[in-house]
Design a protein around this ligand. Structure first.
Ligand code: ADE
Length: 223
C-alpha cells in the first residue's frame, strides 16, 4: 500500500509515523508513506497557499491552484483522495478496515478555515473527520488515520490475532479491563477468575465487564 500525505506541515504528519510498529511496517515494505509540502506547488514568490474568504468571514482559506496542481501530480488511476476536515464523515474502525484494502491513498490536510470548495467538488473522494473537535491542522488527523489503517495491513502487527480481539471490532463493545503481574499489587488484587485457568468462566467474565464498561463510557455503542 502507498499513502501520500499532502500538507503544509510534513514533519507533523511524519513524526508519529516514524517510530515503533508503523516505522517497522515501512521498513518491511508493507507500506510506503510519503509526506509532501503543499508549498512546493505554490506559484508566487511568497509561496502563498491561502487567501481571504469570498463574501467575508474570519480567517483564511486554502487556494485551489496549488491543491489542483499537487493532487493532479500525485494522483494515480487507483488513488482514493481523502480530505481531513472537521466537516467530514466521522472516522471509525470500520472505515479504517475498509480503507486498508485500498492500494493508494492521497490524504490532503486542511489548514486555516479549510479549502476552497471547488477542490472538494472536483478532486476529493472522501472527507474525513477524526472527531467532533477542531485541531490546528489536518496533519495530526492524517497521522491518526494513517496509523489506524497501517496497523491493519497483513504483517504490520507481530501478533496477527490482536486486531480482532480489540475494542470496536465485532461485537461493538469496549474491551474488558486487563491485568498483568503481580497478582497482588500493594493489596490491589487481580480478579480471581483471571487466575483460575477456567477459559469459559474467563470469557464470560470478560463479556460481562466489557458490557459494563461500554454502558458506563460509551452507551451510544449499545443503541
Ligand atoms: N482538521 C481540524 N480538525 C480536524 C478533525 N477533527 N478531523 C480531521 N481534520 C481536522
Amino acid at each position: 500500500m502507498q499513502i501520500d500525505i499532502l500538507t503544509l506541515f510534513p514533519e507533523i504528519a511524519l513524526a508519529p509515523l516514524s517510530e515503533s510498529i508503523i516505522s517497522r511496517a515501512r521498513q518491511a515494505g508493507i507500506v510506503d508513506i510519503r509526506a509532501h509540502n503543499l508549498r512546493d506547488w505554490a506559484k508566487d514568490k511568497h509561496r502563498r497557499t491561502d487567501d481571504y474568504l469570498c463574501g467575508g468571514g474570519q480567517g483564511m482559506l486554502m487556494l485551489p491552484g496549488p491543491l489542483f496542481d499537487a493532487i493532479g501530480e500525485l494522483r494515480k488511476e487507483d488513488t482514493k483522495v481523502i480530505l481531513m476536515t472537521p466537516q467530514g464523515k466521522v472516522f471509525k474502525q470500520a472505515v479504517a478496515a475498509e480503507l486498508s484494502s485500498d492500494t493508494h491513498l492521497l490524504i490532503v490536510c486542511g489548514h486555516y478555515e479549510g479549502v476552497d470548495h471547488r477542490v472538494i467538488e472536483e478532486l476529493i473522494d472522501l472527507e474525513l473527520s477524526i472527531g467532533d473537535y477542531v485541531l490546528t491542522n489536518g496533519a495530526i488527523a492524517a497521522a491518526v488515520v494513517t496509523d489506524s489503517i497501517v496497523r491493519l495491513l497483513p504483517g504490520a502487527l507481530g501478533d496477527e490475532r490482536s486486531p480482532e480481539e480489540e475494542s470496536f471490532s465485532d461485537p461493538n463493545l469496549l474491551e474488558a479491563p486487563a491485568y498483568t503481574k503481580p497478582a497482588d499489587f500493594r493489596g490491589l488484587k487481580v480478579p480471581d477468575v483471571l487466575l483460575s485457568g477456567h477459559h469459559a468462566k474467563i470469557a464470560e467474565w470478560k463479556k460481562q465487564k466489557a458490557l459494563e464498561r461500554t454502558r458506563a463510557n460509551r452507551p451510544d455503542l449499545l443503541d
